[in-house]
Write a protein that binds this ligand. Structure first.
Ligand code: FES
Length: 150
């Protein structure tokens, strides 16, 4: 409607007309043009399992569960209690965060082990990761182990 200020997009839009007189001006302010759909503002980290696939992960999810829930064979014989080390992965890229005390102590018992070998049951995914799964139940012909707690 002429002469009536109007919104150019949705309620949270940052672009609006402010003056419709002679020499008309339009005030532009910074901000998004469109509302993000509910829940879409959460940043989902991406895990890439080398030679397999990439998938998004709910932030804070255990890496071993993220891998298994993506349909990838990974062992976890002790059920995610940092006892068996069968869930170990090689970190090829990204930041898995610091080792927990229990993870550090368990891996130290393994002797000479590369610093990028980690227990996936002790890692919570908070950023993009690129990993290689080391132990697969299918290759060993035994069950993967009880599902680790969330
Ligand atoms: S150490 Fe056993 S499942 Fe991770």
């Amino acid at each position: 409607m002429p002469g009536t200020p109007s919104r150019l997009s949705s309620q949270s839009s940052s672009i609006s007309e402010t003056d419709h007189g002679p020499g008309r001006s339009v005030k532009l302010t910074a901000g998004p043009l469109f509302d993000a759909p509910q829940g879409s503002s959460k940043i989902m980290p991406t895990v890439t399992v080398d030679g397999e696939k990439s998938f998004e992960v709910e932030p804070g999810k255990k890496l071993v569960l993220a891998i298994e829930d993506a349909g990838i064979d990974i062992m976890h014989r002790c059920g995610g209690n940092a006892r068996c080390t069968t869930c170990r992965v090689e970190i090829l890229g990204g930041d898995p965060g610091p080792q927990t005390e229990i993870e550090q102590a368990r891996l130290a018992r393994e002797g000479d082990i590369a610093p990028n070998i980690r227990l996936s049951c002790q890692i919570r995914v908070h950023s993009d990761l690129w990993v290689a799964v080391i132990n697969r139940a299918g290759a060993r012909g035994i069950p993967a182990g009880p599902r680790p707690a969330d």
